[in-house]
Design a protein around this ligand. Structure first.
Ligand SMILES: Cc1cc2nc3c(=O)[nH]c(=O)nc-3n(C[C@H](O)[C@H](O)[C@H](O)COP(=O)(O)OP(=O)(O)OC[C@H]3O[C@@H](n4cnc5c(N)ncnc54)[C@H](O)[C@@H]3O)c2cc1C
Length: 423
């Protein structure tokens, strides 16, 4: 039997840490959050999915988020520079709102942070240092850290939550085994002005000759990100800025949409992001948000999963007596596995194949029958709903798997379509 929890230290003042702090504070725990005041110039994670909206409403911040964001009614996917398929979220039907937002990330983080402050959570602008106590996998805040917060918890906190994002504080300290994804891409991203206008403000995802890119319309700016194998990038320059700028100038699709644009920020690089810790809890600690795992930028699942993880963890901590972290871990890891399957359909090219097959077959009886179903369930990938609807998952499995295989064998479609995998 674990000790009844009363005091909780959260490492990291990003969206998962702040959302969790608010939820636990509402349950009357004594919560302290360690955060770093200095933030990078720009941060990825600007495209939200409709599935996050109910949680923003429950936190009470949707109106504030709306006030500085672009209203996003759908997602557009480009198979190449001239072939595009748009999925308004309304095509997905279901219970989710038919919209989401593209958010300037600093504003979004501030909203979730300010909410926690307003509701009475205590914040400490310092790095939390943690150490092993020597008793099993038990951890503690260092003496220096405790001194820096004037002994806020009255000794050690009952629970330490790692919400430190890519710093992965606890996983690193304890050398927790990880599962890494098979893609070794890097993402380079920047904010630009003067690029081709995007209206309505859908996220645009482009399959490129090499890699893929996003264009996210923000107020007055477009966020442009390239996701690509680092081997391809080498020939575009020595620095990330040179690589980003030169790739934009030489890649046909990017040239088309960004040639009149100007880079307004530095270029930020992310790599090794497909990383999932295989253990999310120990005797007096638990991990949430990106600190526990992140899949891939495609389909914009990151912030949704980070905040959903916070909601889930707060439900498990509940009144502080005997939280069932084992089940929490199982649910968190299972969710990532399910999303991973969708992510795979992007990189294997199966989604694009489906798009091409769909175009060929729309005028047949089979096409007329299956077309509306495809539209609905494919849209649910972009809204975040596909993962939670078993029928959608099975349907998508079938159409991106067996159905395409059968079509290839019997040669039903007119063109010789090959899977357009992301190189
Ligand atoms: C290339 C790329 C593109 C992405 N695009 C999207 C997208 O379009 N949409 C989307 O929803 N998601 C996207 N994501 C994912 C999204 O950015 C993350 O899922 C999200 O930021 C996770 O939130 P978090 O609170 O868990 O971690 P973070 O946002 O990383 O917050 C963690 C915080 O903890 C702080 N911290 C770290 N260590 C310490 C310490 N020891 N003491 C105190 N503070 C500490 C950090 O400074 C940071 O502020 C993308 C990710 C990548 C890599």
């Amino acid at each position: 039997m674990r000790k009844q929890l009363k005091t909780i230290a959260i490492i990291g003042g990003g969206p998962s840490g702040c959302a969790l702090a608010t939820l636990l504070n509402r349950k009357k725990f004594k919560v302290g959050v360690f955060y770093l005041e200095k933030r990078p110039e720009i941060i990825v994670g600007e495209s939200l999915v409709p599935a996050i909206i109910p949680m923003l409403r429950e936190l009470g911040v949707e109106d504030e988020v709306k006030s500085y964001s672009t209203y996003k009614p759908g997602a557009s996917v480009w198979v190449n520079k001239d072939e595009e398929a748009t999925s308004p979220f309304s095509y997905g039907g279901g219970n989710l709102p038919h919209y989401a937002y593209n958010v300037p990330r600093k504003d979004f983080d501030k909203t979730i942070f300010d909410l926690a402050v307003r509701e009475g959570v205590q914040f400490f602008p310092q790095i939390a240092k943690i150490e092993k106590t020597g008793k099993g996998d038990e951890l503690k805040l260092s003496d220096e850290t405790i001194a820096g917060i004037n002994d806020f918890f009255g000794g050690q906190p009952d629970l330490i939550v790692d919400a430190s994002g890519r710093s992965r504080t606890i996983s690193r300290l304890l050398d927790i085994p990880t599962k890494t994804g098979y893609r070794k891409d890097v993402a380079l991203f920047s904010h630009m002005s003067g690029t081709e206008k995007i209206e309505p403000f859908n996220i645009h995802l482009h399959r490129l000759e090499k890699g893929w890119c996003w264009r996210i319309p923000l107020p007055g700016r477009t966020s442009v990100g390239i996701v690509i194998n680092p081997e391809h990038l080498k020939k575009y320059g020595a620095t990330k800025e040179e690589q980003f700028d030169n790739y934009l100038k030489s890649e046909e699709t990017l040239k088309k949409f960004t040639s009149a644009g100007k880079r307004e920020t530095g270029v930020v690089q992310y790599d090794n992001y497909q990383l999932i810790s295989q253990q999310l809890y120990g005797s007096n600690w638990v991990i949430t948000g990106d600190a526990g795992g992140f899949l891939d930028p495609i389909f914009s699942s990151g912030l949704f999963l980070a905040i959903k993880g916070a909601f889930r963890l707060s439900r498990f901590i509940d009144d502080g007596s005997n939280p069932d972290y084992k089940t929490y871990q199982k649910e968190q890891l299972h969710e990532l596995v399910v999303w991973q399957k969708l992510v795979d359909t992007w990189y294997s090219g199966r989604l694009f194949t489906l798009f091409k097959v769909g175009q060929d077959r729309l005028d047949t009886a089979f096409g007329r029958f299956i077309g509306p179903h495809m539209q609905k369930h494919l849209t649910r990938i972009f809204s975040g709903e596909a993962v939670y609807k078993p029928f959608s998952r099975r349907f998508l499995n079938f159409v991106t798997g067996s159905m395409i295989d059968i079509m290839k064998v019997v040669g039903l479609h007119k063109r010789n379509i090959k899977d357009l995998e992301i190189k």
